[in-house]
Design a protein around this ligand. Sequence first.
Ligand SMILES: *Cc1c(COP(=O)(O)O)cnc(C)c1O
Length: 382
Amino acid sequence: MSQNRRIFLSPPHMGANEQKYINEAFEANYITSAGEQLEKFEAEAKEFTKTKYAIAVSCGTAAIHLALRANDIKDGDEVLASSFTFIGSIAPILYERCTPVFIDSDEDSWNLDPLLLLEELASRAKNGTKMPKALILTHLYGQMAKIDEIKAICDKYNILLIEDSAESLGATFHGKHSGTFGQIGIYSFNGNKIITTSGGGMVVTDDEKLAREIKFLSTQAREPYAHYEHETFGYNYRMSNILAAIGRGQMEVLEDRINRRREIFDLYKESLKEINGIGYMPEIPNSVGNRWLSCIVFDEKLPITPEEIRLELENHNIESRPLWKPMHMQPVFKTAKVVASGVSERLFERGLCLPSGTAMSNDDVIRVAEIIKNTIKSKIKI
Ligand SMILES: *Cc1c(COP(=O)(O)O)cnc(C)c1O
């Protein structure tokens, strides 16, 4: 029977207290986008990430949109961004009618290559070309980008740094949290993320003015009058108090979830070690990732494509997925500027995300690895 139970890529995994906090919200009759659960969830997020301000919103994409709006980035401004990422990181650039400029990845982090970033900014500075306003930097699959180098470059050229930490809540570099290096960081609590509120997001910042503006814009930009007075427009982006209750329960188990994701990654690596030609998503020195998804890459020398492996896993009712298709390869961005190295294209062609849900048993992980091994070995024999 258990052979037929579907293994999903990254399903929700509730802790012990989510329902209890939902019940508290019901008892208080705060079935709305304000209330004690929201306040507590935000306080817990601040405490965990050691930031001064946290604003809970409807999703990670909305959080990035608010980051751009609050900084008045709009109408033809250029915004630098990681090319190797998910569309939710980039769509807000289009919401504000801005122009994305994509920066490719490097081999040793799979994340944005600081040298390409520097090359782009230095050449603009030299030629006196207009500078981009911001960088949206993704820490992919829970693993830290080279944040110290990237931050230094942004500071040098006066570029606002927005950290897309949607996938990397709890990841650290020198003990400092992903999302807390730039002026603004964002997290996602979508159903597939390391912790979830079904759908949801959070903005964190140490800047009081930005925090106030983001809260204001997320709640329809209402001026402080008894009636509804508007000097500008905002959004209905606030998180629900019910979903914040789920978030509180999830925060209690976040450390456990990170530890388990890291164990799952290590177990895949151990189980697959006899196969030469499998590479693993790196972890840069002095960082600890959350290993949201265990990602591997198959060397061109192996007689198999990641798609063949994916289909074989699917035959066993196991979900896996190609790595993100880089933004500069997407039809919607076919005319966008990209500083390319070829790294993310190769990762997309040769990579695979393995099931990484924290409720998976070790036997499940080993079974997935066995199927991968057997599929490769069967090809080698022929
Ligand atoms: C999930 C995700 C987002 C968007 O978050 P939502 O809560 O789904 O809107 C943005 N960027 C990255 C890298 C993501 O993985």
